[in-house]
Design a protein around this ligand. Structure first.
Ligand code: NAD
Length: 499
């Protein structure tokens, strides 16, 4: 059995894992490897190793730090195919989509290459008589990231790319379900010239996460995963006086106005609802046609498009999407379809019990379309995270703004329309963090920032871009004067003003 090990600095004792976790090949249903889970003692050894290299890294000028990022970018590009194949074999997403996963992470590395520019502070000359004020962004120390299974390349790079470029060391605790790509990224990072110990990857589950949350020498934690755990991470981490950002689950809605180009919408929806088997936090699992007529026309076009989807093994170049990640996840998605049916949803296309010929043990779920879903239903309120599209019919525009605004999640939302006024009004009023206008998956580019609202995001700073940089640094403010010895006659007992 292939063993997946921690990636820690040379000389750090990896210890003996008390427990292991099995790694599936979701396309075949076979166990392909196992990963040893670490404990708090291992974490502490990794933190101590990181502390040895972090000060020197922080003192390395930002241009030199950027050069490591440039080299890392080159190495990822050179290894794109093998990274995508490795990713796809553990996650189940198709190869082209796996390349997208790597690419969207790489784009944050590209932004991190601009660290000398991005880190420049603010300066005011003559803020008072002979007084200048300036600010500088300084790294926090040894930071940590805890990531989900669904983007095993992108989300780790979103985190460590920004944190390390800013001068921190980083401990990554990736998902125990697909841990190989994060390890490979860390190997490439050392090959790019990063000192050993600056980026370490340690595997684990709740025990390791709790150790990270309680470790006194880790000042900042970024988390991405499901909402209940995100809230737990946020509460426990902040109770320990750490800086925490914790991003949670989602239930993104796509509003379809009566004037939308329905052929375009159907094409966009098919990819956004079923791509990656629906296992994306920015998937569009709820479509909200406005008015019964729009709903009927849309449904008529959706049915043949969904029936034409090809479900395949993850390295089938013609497949639209592959298996879900584990057998438990397949069972859970199918249970949600049954719940929706029991609640009165109309199962228009049923993906339960789907098997792929020749791969009968793979964790496949067929594409599913459920109509006449209403806000009272549990299957609407909760995240399904599978290839399931629900239709919620809205009476009018107001109803369409209200649905995503009142939902517990507020990650992303999209509106499809040809009416600029309606789109502008919607973007302005909807209570959701990321909005697409005729864009089904509005993940902002790397020099903006990413973050949902409500139960999709705990904490107040987004990921990557300048927001990410703020998260991974502390802002020092310096007020200086260089008196010439003559004294300025001011009363030192009165709070200084710039009078
Ligand atoms: P998950 O919450 O099960 O796991 C995420 C991380 O938390 C993993 O590293 C895991 O080891 C750890 N973990 C699991 N159980 C824990 C516990 N009880 N205590 C402490 N740590 C624990 O999430 P997942 O299934 O890997 O990923 C899918 C979820 O992530 C979905 O809800 C999806 O919407 C969400 N997600 C959100 C975003 C976003 O940016 N908002 C992006 C991607 C995924």
């Amino acid at each position: 059995m292939r063993q997946i090990n921690h990636f820690i600095a040379t000389g750090v004792d990896a210890g003996k894992p008390a427990r292991t976790h099995k790694i599936w090949n979701p396309s075949t249903g076979e166990i392909q490897a196992e990963v040893g889970l670490g404990d708090s003692a291992l974490l502490d050894r990794a933190v101590q190793a990181a502390k040895k290299v972090q000060p020197e890294w922080a003192a390395t000028n930002p241009q030199r730090r950027a050069r490591v990022m440039f080299k890392f970018k080159e190495l990822i590009e050179a290894n794109m195919q093998s990274l995508a194949e490795l990713l796809s074999s553990e996650h189940g997403k198709v190869i082209d989509d796996a390349k997208g996963d790597v690419q969207r992470g790489l784009e944050v590395i590209e932004f991190a290459c601009s660290i000398p520019q991005a880190l420049k502070g603010e300066y005011t000359q003559g803020a008072g008589p002979g007084i200048d004020v300036y600010s500088m962004r300084q790294p926090l120390g040894v930071c940590a990231g805890i990531t989900p299974f669904n983007f095993p390349a992108m989300i780790p790079m979103w985190m460590f790319g920004m944190a390390i470029a800013a001068g921190n060391a980083f401990i990554l605790k990736p998902s125990e379900r697909d841990p190989s790509v994060p390890i490979r990224l860390a190997e490439l990072f050392v090959e790019a010239g990063a000192p050993e110990g600056l980026l370490q990857v340690i595997h684990g589950d709740k025990e390791m996460v709790d150790a990270i949350l309680d470790h006194p020498e880790i000042p900042a934690i970024s988390f991405v995963g499901s909402s209940d755990i995100a809230q737990y991470i946020y509460s426990r981490g902040t109770a320990n006086a750490k800086r925490v950002q914790a991003f949670g689950g989602a239930k993104n809605h796509g509003i379809v106005m009566p004037d939308a180009d329905l052929d375009q919408v159907v094409n966009d929806l098919a990819g956004a609802a079923f791509g990656s088997a629906g296992e994306r936090c920015m998937a569009l699992p709820v479509v909200v046609p406005v008015g019964e007529d729009t709903a009927d026309r849309l449904r008529e076009k959706l049915i043949p498009a969904i029936n034409a989807l090809r479900v395949g093994v993850s390295n089938d170049p013609d497949a639209h999407y592959g298996p879900v990640v584990t057998p438990e996840h397949k069972a859970r998605v199918e249970e949600w379809i049954t719940t929706a049916e029991d609640e009165g949803g109309e199962i228009v296309i049923d993906g339960r019990g789907f098997t792929l010929q020749g791969h009968e043990n793979g964790f496949f779920v067929g594409p599913t379309l459920i109509d006449r879903v209403t806000p009272e239903m549990k299957s609407y309120q909760e995240e399904i995270f599978g290839p399931v599209l629900q239709i919620v019919r809205a009476k009018d525009f107001e109803d369409a703004v209200r649905l995503p605004s009142e939902h517990q999640y507020g990650n992303g939302v999209a509106i499809f329309t040809r009416n600029g006024h309606a789109a502008r009004e919607f973007a302005n009023r909807v209570n959701v963090g990321m909005v697409g206008i005729n864009v089904p998956i509005p993940v902002p580019v790397s020099y903006h920032s990413f973050g949902g609202w409500k139960r999709s995001g705990f904490g107040d700073i987004d990921q990557y871009g300048m927001e990410g940089l703020r998260f991974w640094t502390k802002n020092k403010k310096v007020t200086q004067r260089w008196p010439d010895g003559g004294g300025d006659g001011s009363n030192a007992f009165v709070i200084p003003t710039m009078g």
